[in-house]
Design a protein around this ligand. Structure first.
Ligand code: HEM
Length: 318
């Protein structure tokens, strides 16, 4: 196979030499097709165009400008692409871009993300040397910047080419464990976030992302936004958790909580953060101090999206 790839690459080189006006990308694509590679990154550097991360970021910014609801979903996609990591087996994480495979999109926790993965396909087509894994995490970082919290982002994730690296279903958190807050809190810790290598403070900081976006009945089955400002990331989620008299919503859907206006919601897993004696002090700390929340969120989120990756490097994005 190695010699076949080498021959193919040499053919590509000859094609470029004898037909100098040929579109380089056409040749790269032909080489990729010949070698069976589904994307171009990973080919000899001399043949792969340098990934245009800044261009990809501009395309993502245009998507957010055209549809601001897509930003929070990009953050969810980036987190779900990363949140499969298991520190013991060193499997999962954002490294392989495996969330694009139907096997992983079919996991219960990923309900609804297939739509965004499909919408990002044209961006990947325009920037084929940006891996899917980088594209999804770049989408999250671009959306967070648009929401007022720029986070550092590094490139260099290499896509898995087959679904073999998809981890088993069940690694992402459940919004409730049988309506028992203690069981829900325990599952968040033991089954999900400790498995990835996070502590209680980081779990609470990361959960502050629910200041953004909403639940969709046709995705998770839950409904509504957590905060009245779903396009801005700040500590509003923590203040609402502590100050609102949340009651169980009476409706024909899964158990969730609502504020007195019926416009805002919380999941059982959100309320578990104020019901659990070890999580609650961090909720109180972030409710009082937005700068502390932004600092701790940025650090924990960056750690999250770098799980299961290696050799990432800072790149120019402007
Ligand atoms: C702590 C455990 C968590 C649970 C149980 C949970 C659960 C959920 C659920 C059920 C939804 C609604 C999905 C939909 O219907 O479209 C959602 C949305 C969302 N989640 Fe989480 N999540 C958790 C942690 C996180 C973390 C750590 C982040 C990011 C760092 C995050 C970011 C988001 C965002 C931004 C949305 C809104 C998506 C949109 O508007 O389309 N979540 N989450």
């Amino acid at each position: 196979m190695r010699s076949f790839i080498t021959v193919s690459i040499l053919c590509g080189a000859s094609a470029l030499r004898v037909t100098p006006n040929i579109d380089r990308r056409t040749v790269f694509r032909a080489v990729a097709a010949l070698t069976g590679a589904s994307t171009l990154h990973g080919l000899e550097p001399a043949f792969a165009e340098a990934p245009d991360y800044a261009g990809a970021k501009k395309a993502l910014q245009a998507m957010i400008a055209a549809d601001k609801d897509i930003g929070p979903t990009m953050v969810r996609l980036a987190w779900h692409s990363s949140g499969t990591y298991d520190k013991m087996s060193k499997t999962g994480g954002s490294g392989g871009g495996t969330i694009r495979f139907k096997e992983e999109l079919a996991h219960g926790g990923n309900a609804g993300l297939d739509k965004l993965v499909a919408k990002l396909e044209p961006v990947h087509k325009s920037f084929p040397t940006v891996s899917y894994a980088d594209l999804y995490t770049l989408a999250g970082a671009t959306a967070l910047e648009a929401a007022g919290v720029p986070v550092p982002w590094k490139a260099g994730r290499v896509d898995a080419m087959t679904p073999a690296a998809v981890t088993p279903d069940g690694r992402l958190p459940a919004a409730s464990k049988g309506n028992d807050p203690q069981k829900t809190a325990k599952a968040l810790r033991m089954d999900v976030f400790y498995r990835m290598g996070f502590n209680d403070k980081e779990i609470v900081a990361l959960s502050g992302a629910h200041a953004l976006g909403r639940c969709h009945p046709d995705a998770s089955g839950y409904s509504g936004p957590w905060t009245p400002t779903p396009y801005t990331l700040n500590n509003g989620y923590f203040n609402l958790l502590l100050s609102v008299p949340w009651t169980i919503k009476e409706w024909n859907g899964p158990m969730q909580f609502e504020d007195p206006s019926g416009k805002l919601m919380m999941l059982p897993s959100d309320l578990a953060l104020v019901q659990d004696k070890n999580f609650r002090p961090f909720v109180q700390m972030y409710a009082k101090d937005n700068a502390m929340f932004v600092k701790d969120f940025t650090a924990a989120y960056t750690k999250l999206t770098e799980l299961g990756t290696k050799n990432l490097k800072a790149v120019a994005l402007a």
